[in-house]
Design a protein around this ligand. Structure first.
Ligand code: SAM
Ligand code: SF4
Length: 329
């Protein structure tokens, strides 16, 4: 299975990137992600402790795991997240730790997260207007996404990527404003096609804005060229840059293209299930063996052998998912 220290799955993809969900809970209820009344939250005892998460990572690192992303739910609402970052950074072989967050806590937490070993951050922001942020998140939290991203960058988290889920008739009139942000901020703004999965507030295929349309609208802001700088992420975005801009623009197109052929990621849910594909039912319970002291390596190798060739999203088979927050997006 292993080749040069890397774990290679049956389709030749090496798996060196793990997304770790540390909680299924959130301080937002984004219309495309969670029902307004929330979900059936996991019982606390089912959720991996920080020691258990670090143990999983320590057992996977010798198999080639190098990069981690901490996600949720909203990871920053789990107490002492900074402690977990420090524990993971101390695992030999872990080179890079990223965080996915809605950004609310970035002004308060960025400096401590950076000091503990966090390398970079992806912030979700679907609007730059306070009223609309509250309408999409269905929570009114006093917070300015540009200030939050600035705070992260000032703390040394780099790059700062801003993920915008584009929804026709809801926030697509801000595509140009988000693009303009890159002119005088070193942010990487990434427009994401809405994935109409799970229990979403009446969002349908009619709300999906295809990437070509997004790019056409950005070109009204100024000349847009493919960005050829060094790729500093693990993700599937195609990058562009407005003339003279500090930052870049990406589009992520889960609905109109699939990335499965180059997928290099697996996911660990908050309750310790290893999911080898975002969609579908391919998952292995690591928590119970971990708590019983059983080595995880054979389970990991088996899970990768079963990693599907591609997902079924395009056929709208979503494997019983109610929300992406349940698997960390
Ligand atoms: N709470 C953190 C955040 O919002 O960044 C991390 C978890 S969130 C589930 C991870 C990512 O999934 C976010 O960028 C969010 O925009 C994205 N996401 C959730 N539901 C989605 C959907 N239906 N379509 C597209 N992206 C979605
Ligand atoms: Fe929470 Fe992130 Fe889902 Fe929004 S996208 S409800 S912030 S988990």
């Amino acid at each position: 299975m292993g080749r040069g220290g890397l774990v290679i799955d049956q389709f030749g993809r090496s798996i060196e990137y793990l997304r770790i969900s540390v909680t299924d809970r959130c301080n937002f209820r984004c219309v495309y992600c969670m029902p307004e009344h929330g979900l059936d939250w996991l019982p606390r005892a089912d959720i991996l402790t920080y020691e258990e998460i670090a143990d999983v990572v320590a057992q996977l690192a010798p198999l080639g795991l190098k990069r981690l992303r901490i996600t949720g739910g909203e990871p920053t609402i789990r107490p002492d997240l900074v402690t977990l970052i420090g524990m993971l950074k101390a695992v030999p072989g872990i080179e890079d730790i990223a965080l996915s967050t809605n950004g609310v806590k970035l002004p308060d937490m960025s400096a401590a997260l950076k000091a503990a070993g966090l390398d970079r951050v992806n912030m979700s922001a679907d609007s730059l207007r306070a009223d609309r942020i509250a309408a999409i998140a269905r929570r009114r939290v006093p917070f300015d996404p540009v200030e939050a991203a600035d705070a992260a960058h000032a703390a040394g988290l780099d790059p700062v990527k801003i993920n915008v889920v584009v929804m026709r008739g809801i926030n697509d009139d801000e595509i140009e404003d988000f693009a303009r942000l890159t002119l005088d901020h070193p942010f990487h703004v990434r427009f994401i096609e809405l994935m109409p999965v799970g229990e979403m507030a009446n969002l349908t295929w009619n709300h999906v804005v295809p990437s070509e349309e997004i790019l056409t609208r950005i070109r009204t802001v100024g000349p847009l060229a493919p960005h050829t700088g060094p790729e500093r992420g693990n993700g599937p975005a195609a990058y562009h840059q407005l003339e003279g801009a500090q930052g870049t623009i990406g589009v992520i197109t889960p609905m109109t293209h699939t990335y499965c052929g180059t997928c290099n990621r697996v996911r660990l849910t908050a309750d310790g299930r290893l999911r080898t594909c975002l969609y579908g039912d391919h998952q292995v319970n690591l928590r119970d063996p971990l708590r019983a002291g059983i080595p995880l390596k054979p389970l990991f190798v088996q899970a990768l052998a079963d990693k599907p060739k591609e997902h079924n999203l395009l056929q709208m088979q979503v494997g019983g998912l109610k929300a992406l927050s349940q698997v960390g997006g």
